[in-house]
Structure formats: C-alpha cells, structure tokens
Design a protein around this ligand. Structure first.
Ligand code: HH2
Length: 265
C-alpha cells in the first residue's frame, strides 16, 4: 500500500501541500512500481497534530481519489477518521476506508456498510494531539487485540462484510518504542483475529529512535521493519517508498519462498 498525503504537515516530509496533479502522478507511479493499493490522506495524524476541518480534508483528497480510482478501479483507499470524508471518497470511487481511529464512530461503520467498502480498523490509543503522553497497557498485544475485536464485532453487527475487514495495531499511535518493538516481534498474534493484518512502519519515529536518523533518512530502517513485519505475518505494508520496498520484498521472498506478491500491474 503506497501512501499519498495531500497535507502541509505530514511527519515524513512527503506532504504535497495541495498539488493534486503531482499527487495523481505519484499515485500512478506507485501503481506502476508495484503497489496494490494507494492510500490517500488529507489530515496528518502525527503526534501532536491538530484536527483539520472536514470540508478542508475533503477538498484535499477527493480530486485525487477521483482520478486515481478512474485509472485503477478497486485499488484506492482513503485515509480518514471522518465519516463525511469517507462517504465523499467512496462516492468518488474509493473502495477502502483506512480509519486510524479504528471505527470509533458508528456513523463510519454505517458508511462503510452502505457502500460495501473494505475497511482497515487501526488501533490508536487516545487521539493524535495527546496519544504519545505516557501511553500504558497491561499487555500491549492483548489490549490492542481486545480493542480491535470489539470494533470488528461492532462493524460486523452493523452490516460490514466480514471478508472486507482488515486490522492494524497502529505503530506509533499511542505507543512507546518498547510497545512498537513488541508489536512487531509478536505481530503474528494479531492473526488470531482472523483478518488480514496491515502495518505502517514507514519512516516512523521509532526508527529514528533506533538509528538517530531524521524522517527523510529512514529508508534503510523502514525496509528492515517492513520485511520483519512481513515475516511475522503482515499481509499489507503501508509505505512511502514503493519501488524500494517492492525490491526488498522480492529479494526476501526469493529466499523465503512465501509467495509474497509484488509483480507490476
Ligand atoms: N500511519 C499513518 C497514517 N495512516 N494507517 C494505517 N492503517 N497504519 C498506519 O500505521 C498509519 C496509517 C501515519 O503516517 P503518514 O500518513 O505518513 O503521516 P501523517 O499522518 O503525518 O500524514
């Protein structure tokens, strides 16, 4: 899953600040480089970020989603916590909602169900403004699994297709370095939820904490983390650097023979 952020403030430095043409060009290039899905976002959810008004978030993502989903039907996802933005994106051709707030809002579940869309339920503790203030868990894997299980049940109860639900433990969303490392080490345990596992490690701050690198120099750490995640059972990795990740996965797969799919389409 390739990431397109049409934002002025994304943590990774990839934000496009309103250039729809460039966003569409990058998205199409990601598909050409081997991405299966392109995830389009208009609100940074980095630690400390302030929420963006719904109209502004829609204005940022909808034109990009329209063009990308016309070119690649069924392969465009919207990265949003807002039911209104998700609904507009699904009308514009998106077929997946990536909700970093993990379907906290029942209206979001209704929107996904009404449109028969796929949904990524990501775990976030608290909200972006405050989530990194001393996050605590009894058992990080068990607590996240229980929270995801609760939202899976809510989604299925309100009519979301069980086969279109994916889960993501939410690396960096209310987690310390130790939590993030434990999630990656024990990622396979989330497979017990019976849903495909998505993971986003790309350029994240836990990599910077380990290597001392700023976001734009975290490619090496991101590739290592993506491969570890895949070997530990991730089905989809959400990344900023598609061609590099595709190459890394291809080489790892030649050795491991897992059948990981990276062919160009
Ligand atoms: N991480 C980010 C955003 N959305 N979605 C899922 N499912 N998993 C993730 O780990 C995840 C996500 C944060 O990355 P990015 O979009 O690059 O940054 P920002 O929120 O600052 O725009």
């Amino acid at each position: 899953m390739g990431v397109i952020n049409n934002t002025p403030d994304s943590f990774s430095g990839d934000g496009l600040r309103g250039d729809v043409h460039e966003a569409v060009r990058r998205g199409l290039q990601m598909f050409a480089d081997g991405a299966d899905i392109v995830d389009v976002g208009g609100e940074s959810t980095r630690p400390g970020a302030e929420p963006v008004p719904v109209e502004e978030e829609s204005r940022r993502v909808i034109p990009i989603i329209e063009e990308l989903s016309e070119a690649r039907p069924g392969r465009v996802s919207v990265d949003t916590r807002r039911p209104g933005v998700a609904e507009a994106a699904l009308f514009a051709g998106a077929s997946m909602v990536n909700d970093v707030s993990g379907l906290r809002d029942d209206r979001m579940i209704e929107v996904v169900a009404e449109h028969e869309a796929a949904v990524v339920i990501m775990h976030m503790k608290g909200e972006p403004r405050t989530m990194q203030v001393r996050p605590r868990y009894r058992d990080v894997i068990r607590d996240i699994s229980e929270a995801l299980e609760d939202r899976i049940a809510a989604a299925e109860g309100l009519g979301v297709n069980p086969r279109k639900i994916l889960v993501d433990p939410g690396i960096g969303f209310g987690k310390t370095l130790e939590h993030n490392l434990e999630i990656l080490a024990r990622l396979r345990e989330f497979r017990a939820l019976g849903k495909p596992v998505v993971i986003g490690v790309s350029r994240k701050s836990f990599i910077g904490k380990l290597t001392g690198d700023p976001p734009e120099k975290r490619l090496g750490g991101s590739l290592a983390a993506a491969l570890v995640a895949m070997q530990h059972g991730a089905d989809i990795v959400r990344v900023h650097d598609v061609p590099e990740t595709v190459r890394a996965i291809r080489v790892a797969d030649a050795v491991l023979g897992k059948g990981w799919r990276t062919e160009r389409r």
